[in-house]
Write a protein that binds this ligand. Structure first.
Ligand code: KPL
Length: 299
């Protein structure tokens, strides 16, 4: 298939290499103006190495794409879509994959005719340098439609699964998005504030704060219609903390590199939903404020 991938950060580069390894023609759409980009790709099994040179920013390749995969951060999604819109065929399915939630309404307004799908992934990747990516953790990816046209594209879950398993279709993509959001609300801000690895959050020092975050998220998820308990979220969070113990979360890396974080799409989205249901989320508000403070003082 001809695939245009928009935004080759850590997760985008991971998918670009994984799809190219399956024989798909991957074309990158990047902010940098270069017409090619060389990527060194390292699998989870570190002996699994590949190098690719991708074509970049070719409007004709974009308009010939069978699929567009957008892997920019939540706050970059609408700009990314505006940048491809002049060349995007209205029948091309667009998959949006990012941490957090809250971009869907705007995406649907910007793409009224395209099949629109969202994906949420627990795959982990590290940008070793500006031309190298390493697959550092494996976890499920869920794909689902957010408009009627998107529902015709369930087979894309199989294509993503072949490239980077496991990937499955979900009839209600909001459910796995909320499950992932819960984990990101717990792990991302704390690892960013304390500049620690995910595994460090298993220490007793963090247990009260993590419990409070999980309690608040469970109340909001239940109000939204995805009934859960603080204990269930805490167990899931602990499982991810242990499974990704050696990894740095994406927000930890953003703060370490003085980049804008996804706090508004993660904790900010949770707080917004909590307001809607008149629920108090003091632990999450405190974390949101601390990350905002860090961002404002990057200098
Ligand atoms: O999704 C992640 C992230 O870093 O953004 C987790 C699950 C926390 C893994 O690091």
């Amino acid at each position: 298939m001809n695939i245009t991938l928009v935004g080759a950060g850590a997760i985008g580069s991971l998918w670009a290499g994984a799809l190219a390894r399956q024989g798909h023609t991957v074309h990158l759409w990047r902010r940098q103006t270069d017409s090619t980009y060389t990527l060194n790709w390292q699998g989870i099994d570190t002996t699994n190495l590949d190098a690719f040179t991708f074509c970049c920013n070719q409007p004709d390749q974009l308009s010939r794409s069978d699929i567009v995969l957008i892997t920019v951060k939540a706050f970059q999604v609408s700009e990314a879509i505006k940048s491809i819109a002049p060349w995007l065929d209205a029948s091309t399915p667009v998959i949006v994959m990012h941490n957090g939630m809250g971009t869907e309404n705007e995406v649907l307004q910007l793409l009224p005719d395209n099949p629109v799908l969202y994906a949420t992934t627990s795959q982990a990747a590290l940008r070793v340098d500006s031309h190298s990516v390493r697959h550092t953790g494996s976890g499920p990816t869920w794909l689902g439609a957010v408009n009627a046209a998107g529902n015709q594209w369930q087979a894309l879950a199989g294509m993503l699964d072949t490239a980077l398993a496991p990937c499955q279709w979900h009839d209600d993509i909001h459910y796995p998005q909320w499950q992932k959001l819960a984990i990101n609300c717990a792990i991302n801000p704390l690892t960013a504030i304390h500049q620690c690895r995910n595994g460090d959050l298993a220490a007793p020092d963090f247990s009260a704060e993590l419990t409070a975050v999980c309690r608040e998220v469970a109340a909001v998820m239940t109000a939204v219609g995805y009934t859960t308990s603080a204990d269930a979220l805490w167990q899931r969070t602990l499982t991810v903390i242990k499974a990704t113990a050696a990894n740095c979360s994406s927000m930890q890396q953003d703060v370490a590199n003085r980049r804008p974080t996804e706090i508004d799409a993660i904790t900010g989205f949770l707080i917004e939903q909590a307001h809607h249901f008149q629920l108090a989320t003091p632990a999450n508000v405190a974390l949101w404020q601390q990350i905002k403070h860090l961002e404002q003082n990057y200098g």
